[in-house]
Ligand binder design. Structure first.
Ligand SMILES: Cc1ncc(COP(=O)(O)O)c(C=O)c1O
Length: 441
């Protein structure tokens, strides 16, 4: 069993290290000393190549809302694959998924599919620039929006470089100064400071981008006052408001915007709308989406992709979203509440200092008790980050998978009994961590 050097996962990692820089092709899934390799998944559980089955709270980083290999998704996709997987032609499947999302979400009148959330955010930013003729994008300090250069700015700024007022800090080495110059960084949920910064850049600002529940800002929701300010000020200065609902769509039948308000011009989706297959989408009001319309010549924002709207993804996404009824959302909400209660209980029972945040069917574990209001207050000190990695490892050994940053994303096929089991494993793991740290008294 992981992390046994004689395990099959260890042997696979040795082979991976020969062909991949750093031994992996996806930074997110790296685990020290080597990752657990998956063999198969069914429902709420994943079985690894050594035959160990664990309860999976990652659900491929929030992309599987009904767990692994849901029978309805598998049946529809299997039928679809036999008819061909991709064409240089549109298919009805994209219209069906498009109609569903446009019907559900008020400010989604039109939609355009792509292949990842990163791509969706990139295209949304380009659309905002085309729409306004302005270069700059404002984003929340610390918020993750995928891999586009502009979206990555200030993703991992730290106390040594974040400055008094947030400044644009490069994420990837070699990020051009021009990129940093065109990203305006604003603090999460600080109405006054954010408004001041936005207004100072008003003439050059194409859009403000916000994930309404940014995990890196502590997985707490944007306040109604903050969202209201963003909407009012962007309208006033002629910039667009972009919601990143790549993860947050899992928070409401009518989108996170239906739950929290905000009235965005553009919204990005990904993850659950692909039903377990690669996907992304840019959506919005007819006015904002007009930049993609080619009918009067070259569109202001040309957007295409070889695999965009492929019928396999569209089919899996449609079945997944059809299963995601208002009742199903209620169930996910109840599961999320139960999970957070169990985690809080585990901290109380173990005596380990910590807390849990989250909304709907997602949670984030913090190994400190400081109040969490934004990126800076949620920022993990080195010993806390190390503690979370240790907790992740301990839970893997106990049969549970959370992210190595303490995040969990529930699926509709989980049960209260699963969560109780997790609560017990978490209590034991925290107790062990406490004694390893000499923290218990
Ligand atoms: C809020 C948010 N936006 C964008 C992305 C990027 O999506 P993808 O990994 O599909 O490129 C992510 C991925 O986790 C995300 O959480």
């Amino acid at each position: 069993m992981w992390p046994d050097p004689a395990s099959k996962s260890a042997a696979l990692y040795e082979r991976a290290a020969q062909v991949f820089a750093g031994g992996n092709t996806r930074l997110q899934v790296w685990v020290d000393p080597f990752p657990v390799y998956a063999e198969k998944g069914s429902g709420a559980r994943v079985t690894d190549v050594d035959g160990v089955t664990r309860l999976d709270f990652t659900n491929n980083f929030a992309s599987l809302i009904h767990g692994h290999a849901h029978p309805a998704v598998i049946e529809a996709v299997t039928a679809r694959i036999q008819l061909g997987t991709c064409f240089a032609m549109p298919t009805e499947s994209e219209i069906l998924l498009g109609e569903l999302l446009c019907d559900r979400i008020e400010r989604v009148n039109e939609i355009r599919f792509c292949n990842t959330g990163s791509e969706a955010v990139m295209i949304a930013m380009k659309a905002a620039r085309s729409h306004t003729g302005r270069p700059k994008i404002a984003k929340i300090e610390g918020a993750y929006h995928g891999m586009y250069d502009y979206a990555e700015v200030s993703l991992d700024s730290n106390p040594d470089n974040w400055g008094n007022a947030p400044r644009a800090v490069p994420f990837a080495a070699g990020t051009p100064q021009g990129v940093l110059d065109d990203v305006v960084v604003i603090p999460f949920n600080d109405v006054e400071a954010a408004e001041r910064i936005i207004r100072a850049n008003a003439a050059e600002l194409a859009a403000v981008l916000i994930d309404p529940v940014p995990a890196m800002c502590g997985m707490i929701p944007a306040s109604p006052e903050f969202l209201k300010m963003l909407r009012t000020v962007t309208r006033e200065i002629g910039a667009l408001l972009i919601f990143d609902e790549v993860i947050a769509l899992r928070l409401g039948y009518r989108g996170a915007q239906g739950r929290f308000g905000g009235e965005p011009d553009l919204t990005t989706f990904a993850k659950i709308i692909g039903g377990g297959f690669p996907v992304g989408a840019i959506a919005g009001t007819r006015e904002a989406m007009a930049v993609f319309d080619h009918r009067n010549g070259k569109p202001l924002t040309p957007a295409s992709g070889t695999f965009s709207a492929n019928p396999v993804t569209m089919t899996a996404g449609l079945v997944t979203m059809q299963l995601l009824t208002p009742d199903c959302y209620d169930r996910l909400e109840a599961l999320g509440d139960h999970a957070r209660q169990r985690i809080a209980q585990a901290f109380a029972d173990s005596g380990y200092p910590g807390q849990v945040t989250g909304v709907g069917a997602m949670f984030l574990i913090h190994l400190h008790q400081r109040p969490i209001t934004d990126y800076r207050s949620a920022y993990r000190r080195p010993e806390e980050a190390a503690g979370l990695r240790a907790l992740h490892g301990a839970l893997l050994k106990a049969g549970h998978i959370i992210s190595s940053t303490g995040a969990g994303f529930l699926s509709s096929v989980m049960t209260e009994a699963d969560l109780d089991q997790f609560g017990e494993a978490l209590t034991d793991s925290l107790k062990n961590l406490a004694s390893a740290n000499g923290k218990d008294d």
